[in-house]
Design a protein around this ligand. Structure first.
Ligand SMILES: Nc1ncnc2c1ncn2[C@@H]1O[C@H](COP(=O)(O)OP(=O)(O)OP(=O)(O)O)[C@@H](O)[C@H]1O
Ligand SMILES: [Mg+2]
Length: 258
């Protein structure tokens, strides 16, 4: 028997998902542990979002099992938060930045007397210090995505599921947010499952990169990263380790799309 702290945080055991007679996911098995930053890549339609939804408890397997901390996933849970690509839809437009976060604090029954300090700290953590009274419509895309991340962190999740969270952002904002995620993970120890189309983003951020193959969605590669942390946008991307990971991922995608 493995010791309890060797138990994976998430385990897919021979997971199948059929929708209307179509195999979406086929015999998918992988695990990851607490504190890992796991990136997921694969061609469009290979099942990345579906895999994330299975972990979140928003979809159920039709075969096999998904486990969270050793228990079968039965539905959404308070210690698992989801950051979606579409920040525009994820935020409540009639609430300020502080108001959007406050909703989560209320849900988690944080005493009102602690709200101001918690909100200020969360906004500072994502680079939005002082933006308490701004409405989402007054914020840039990058700021809205930062707010969505702050709102998820208000939940103090053990696991953060992120579905192409920076896909709609320009390159500079994307890199800034990548580095903010790195420092948040370093500060909090949060486990991250991060879906991306961007192979360099996966190579830059991941402790692991899982590549899925399409039709049906199944495991293609599961690569450990040797890149040390903290990582740096300029120097890390120039190292042989980064270039080798990038090369392997490009070859994988090229093969997967043929
Ligand atoms: N509710 C559903 N009903 C029918 N088919 C579905 C449903 N959800 C997903 N699919 C199909 O499952 C497959 C995987 O979809 P999924 O959204 O997980 O892919 P993805 O890898 O996230 O793609 P993308 O990179 O485009 O976001 C696709 O072929 C999709 O059409
Ligand atoms: Mg998707």
């Amino acid at each position: 028997m493995p010791a309890p702290n060797d138990q994976p945080l998430v385990e897919f055991r021979n997971v199948d998902l059929m929708i209307k007679g179509q195999e979406i996911i086929k015999d998918l098995s992988f695990t990851f542990g607490a504190g890992e930053f796991v990136c997921v890549i694969g061609p469009s339609g290979c099942g990345k979002t579906t895999t994330l939804r299975l972990i979140a408890g928003l979809a159920r397997p039709t075969g096999g099992s998904v486990f969270y901390a050793g228990e079968p996933v039965k539905g959404p849970r308070p210690d698992v938060a989801v950051v979606f690509q579409d920040y525009g839809k994820a935020l409540l437009p009639w609430r300020t930045a502080a108001g959007n976060i406050q909703l989560v604090l209320d849900t988690f029954k944080v005493p009102r007397s602690e709200h101001r300090a918690r909100i200020d700290a969360l906004l500072a953590k994502v680079g939005l210090a002082g933006k308490n009274d701004a409405y989402p419509a007054e914020m840039s895309g990058g700021m809205q995505q930062r707010l969505q991340i702050a709102r998820c962190l208000a939940q103090q999740p053990r696991l953060l599921l992120m579905d192409e969270p920076f896909g709609a952002l320009d390159a500079m904002t994307r890199q800034a947010l990548q580095d903010e995620m790195q420092s948040i993970v370093a500060d909090t120890g949060t486990t991250v499952f991060f879906v991306t189309h961007d192979l360099e983003e996966a190579a830059y951020l991941g402790d692991r990169v899982i590549g899925l193959l399409p039709h049906p969605g199944r495991l293609g590669v599961d690569l450990g990263s040797t890149l040390p942390r903290p990582r740096d946008q300029l120097t890390t991307r120039e190292t042989p380790g980064f270039l080798q990971m990038r090369h392997t991922l490009f070859n994988f995608i090229r093969g997967a799309e043929q």
